[in-house]
Write a protein that binds this ligand. Sequence first.
Ligand SMILES: Cc1cc2nc3c(=O)[nH]c(=O)nc-3n(C[C@H](O)[C@H](O)[C@H](O)COP(=O)(O)O)c2cc1C
Length: 323
Amino acid sequence: MLIGSYTLVSPVILAPMAGITDAPFRRICLESGAGLVVSEMVSARDDLRETDLSRRRYEPDSWNPIPVVQLLGADPRSMAEAARYAQGCGAAIVDVNFGCPARKVCGMACGSAIMANEPLAREILEAVAGAVSIPVTVKMRTGWDAGHRNALELARMAEGAGFSAVTIHGRTRSDLFRGEAEYETIANAVKALRIPVVANGDITDPDKAQRVLAATAAAGVMIGRAAYGSPWMLGRVGAVLSGGADPGEPDLRQAGRIVLRHLRYHLEYWGETLAAVRTFRKHAIRYLERFGGKEPARALAKESDAGTVRRMLEEFFELEDGQ
Ligand SMILES: Cc1cc2nc3c(=O)[nH]c(=O)nc-3n(C[C@H](O)[C@H](O)[C@H](O)COP(=O)(O)O)c2cc1C
């Protein structure tokens, strides 16, 4: 799959998930077989740019050959300025968020709310595309409610403005995360556009990914929640989509090595602080639960010492020697 001048090694993309897909998790996902990993959304407002979190979200990851910064905002000028800033920081691709269903983020109606205002959407798309020389992409929902599925119109707008790819989550804004994703709107966009369309929503495993690609003929798939606690799912899906065999779930010790590497990256990136242990615990609990460790997950949820968390994980994943 091509995005502008970039060739992805796999058409499986890690979805941006605020609060989950921070740099250490993205690194684990890239190493687990994702073809591209998208940063968590960052506000385009320049007055918020100097916060530690914003700075980290603009910062390109040294290990990442194609860093993608996702921008959220409703003002075309500040979106354009933020895109220029992201390019200046070293982003390889800028992604525009037309998908966030929150009513207001940072006091602004943005994300998928913009899908209900097509003239504004056009202004934002044209401003962002005109501001940078790197590829720009957009992620959207199918529309704002069941009666207004305008993803196709917006995707055409993006293509006309010079965008290099479009990702569509098969739900409307008013669906939030309820019900099942539908793929017909995505299939229609694939038929109508020349640029790559990426299908997103409820892709949980290689079989579902194959069915979604068969139904949509999309150029790639984007996976979010199914990678949380299972980053190896990205590699499993990638293997099958490239015509190979499904390597299956890792065994306990193989998974444990990935989990401990994730912990190491996390602490290197965020420091050995209480806050860092807390943010890692969410991931650790997911990993433990995936392997049936409900009790250890409950015990780990109360731990605030990095060394103790590491030892608990080593014990559960039978890696007492850390190997
Ligand atoms: C906790 C959480 C945070 C999310 N944050 C973002 C975000 O920052 N930007 C964005 O475009 N989508 C965001 N999303 C939506 C996902 O990228 C994705 O479109 C959605 O989860 C559907 O894909 P999935 O079924 O594979 O999870 C978020 C989703 C979740 C669950």
